[in-house]
Every structure is written in C-alpha cells, then in structure tokens.
Write a protein that binds this ligand. Structure first.
Ligand SMILES: NC(=O)c1ccc[n+]([C@@H]2O[C@H](COP(=O)([O-])OP(=O)(O)OC[C@H]3O[C@@H](n4cnc5c(N)ncnc54)[C@H](O)[C@@H]3O)[C@@H](O)[C@H]2O)c1
Length: 281
C-alpha cells in the first residue's frame, strides 16, 4: 500500500509515521524543506523513546522511519499512490488549490482525504472533477497516541471511498467512526463544544465556581480534565475563537461565547501558554 501525506506539520508528520509503523510506504510532502526535517527529527524522537522503554525494537523503529520518504515535490509524492491525506494549514483557499492539484496529479483511482477539523469535504471536492473519491479523515492530536479517526462522507462520496478509508484507518491500527452527513465539529468537537458551553452557562449563572464545575466533571464523568482545565491547556483564545466562529456563522445563541471567557481573552490570560487562564501556572 502506498500513501502520500501532504503537509508535514504536527498532524501530517505523525499521520505519516503511524501509517509507516504499520507497513505502509509513505511519501511525506511539504513545500517547506525545514518542516520535513523537523517532522523526521520529531518522529525519530518519538520512536526512540518507545525503543528505550522496550515497546518497539530498534530494527522496527528504523524500518518505520525509513518507510517515510520526504519530498517537496507534490507530483513526486503522489505518483503511484492509492491514498492521499492532506494535512496543510486550516485555510480554505490553500486546501482548495491543493485538492485541484491532487485531482490532476494523483492516479485517478486514489482516494483524496482531508484531515481538516472544520472544513467539510464538499468545499474541497468542489475544486476537483472527482468528488466521489473525496472525504474527510479527521485524526486527533497526537496521532501516534490518539486512537480515533472520524471519517466524514460528503454528498458526492461513494461507499467504496468510505470503505477504503475505514480499511486504511484499521491497517494504521486506529479506530474509525463514519459520519454519513457533513456537520460542523463532526462528533467529538460538537459534543465537546456542547458540554463546554453548558459549563460556561453554569459559571455565568453563578451556580458554581469553575473549580467545582471541573471537579464535578472530572469525578462524576471521569473526564481526565474538566472544561476549564482543558481550556487552559489548549488556549482560551482557541476556545473563544471556535465559539465566536460558530456564533457568527450560525447566529445561534447556543454558541455565543461566555462574557467571562471573553474577559479572560481580552486580558491576555490565555491559559498555560501565558502562565494564567482560569488557573495559575
Ligand atoms: N493540530 C491539531 O490538533 C489538529 C487536530 C486535528 C486536525 N487538524 C487539522 O490538520 C491540519 C494541519 O494542522 P497542523 O496542526 O498539523 O498544522 P501545522 O501548522 O503544524 O502544519 C501545516 C503544514 O502545512 C504545510 N503547508 C502549508 N501549505 C502547504 C502547501 N501548499 N503544500 C504543502 N505543504 C503546505 C506547512 O509548511 C506546515 O508544515 C489542519 O487542517 C487542521 O485543522 C489539526
């Protein structure tokens, strides 16, 4: 099986490595040579630590690293592949131009998948002449650890394309779930946003402190982190902007960002990265 991964950032690098660990030959492409070097070093570090802990043999680690071929040339990356996963910046125009290019340059029967977290495949498939072979394949960070892949069918995607994506996820030792409709946030982020918004509503209504809401969710639902701790971890600006985007695009009051969240962001208290958010670090 031959796979091309386009974009060697935090996601693309590990998607490529996870596939290579399971015997797939991967061409990892990025327009920036420095990103390719960084991807290789970072994967070497991750697999090296597995070898030190006795969880992977040196030979298997070396073989998996060698199975990821690095290139800056898109045509070279997609030559003879059965599958392409795009993981470049979250920018609609950049992704559309890559999909148009992939449609021209990859073998006509190759599946074209996007790892986008927010862009439904119909917007990218529209830049191709073959929407039937396009879908979303949404991995989670860090891909070498997180087991889930959300596979999202667009209006033009065929059953065969979905089956091939499910099969690829399984070969990569990841658990696929299939969404039969394009929806904002897919399953995981949609439910996470719903729960987080409810936590902010309780805070804004003065029902409980943010610490007690976190404790309730951590002890009562067994989530590893409550919504406020998780917000500090991922960056409160990220949480705020995601809500603002949903509120502006849908006009739905359910998505309006909490005034207390907005105040934190305006004060530059963005969580761990700034030393203070809901908690101090
Ligand atoms: N980071 C996450 O937690 C996460 C989780 C799931 C999905 N995603 C999605 O994965 C995608 C990538 O995210 P990331 O965090 O890895 O981004 P990143 O910024 O770490 O990497 C993006 C890479 O794309 C490369 N790139 C940009 N334009 C290119 C082009 N025209 N051709 C080739 N390479 C190009 C950049 O050089 C960079 O290496 C986004 O669509 C994002 O929504 C991210």
């Amino acid at each position: 099986m031959k796979l091309a991964v386009v974009g060697a950032g935090s996601m693309g690098a590990q998607i490529a490595q996870q596939a290579a660990l399971h015997g797939i030959d991967v061409a990892l492409q990025d327009k920036a040579p420095a990103q390719l070097g960084k991807a290789r070093d970072s994967n070497q570090g991750h697999l090296g630590r597995r070898v030190e802990k006795g969880r992977l043999s040196r030979d298997d680690a070396d073989r998996a690293l060698d199975r990821v071929r690095l290139t800056t040339d898109l045509g070279d990356a997609v030559a003879g592949v059965e599958f392409v996963i795009e993981a470049v910046f979250e920018d609609l125009e950049v992704k559309r131009s890559i999909f148009a290019e992939l449609d021209r340059q990859s073998p006509p029967d190759a599946v074209l998948a996007s790892n986008s977290s927010t862009i439904g495949i119909s917007k990218l498939a529209a830049a191709t002449k073959s929407p039937e072979r396009c879908l979303n394949m949404h991995f989670f960070f860090p891909v070498l650890v997180m087991d889930l892949v959300e596979i999202v069918r667009g209006p033009g995607t065929t059953d065969e394309t979905v089956d091939r994506a499910v099969e690829l996820a399984r070969v990569m030792d990841r658990t696929p779930v299939v969404l039969n409709k394009e929806i904002d946030g897919f399953i995981v982020n949609r439910i996470l946003h719903g729960a987080t918004q409810e936590a902010y509503r309780l805070l804004d209504a003065g029902v409980a402190s943010f610490e007690d809401i976190d404790t309730a969710i951590e002890k009562g639902l067994n989530w590893p982190m409550g919504p406020f701790r998780l917000g500090d971890f991922s960056g409160l600006d990220v949480t705020y902007n995601a809500r603002l985007h949903m509120y502006r695009t849908t006009g739905d009051e359910r998505y309006r960002p909490s005034p207390q969240l907005e105040a934190k962001v305006k004060a530059g208290k963005l969580g761990r990265k700034t030393g203070e958010g809901w908690y101090r670090y």
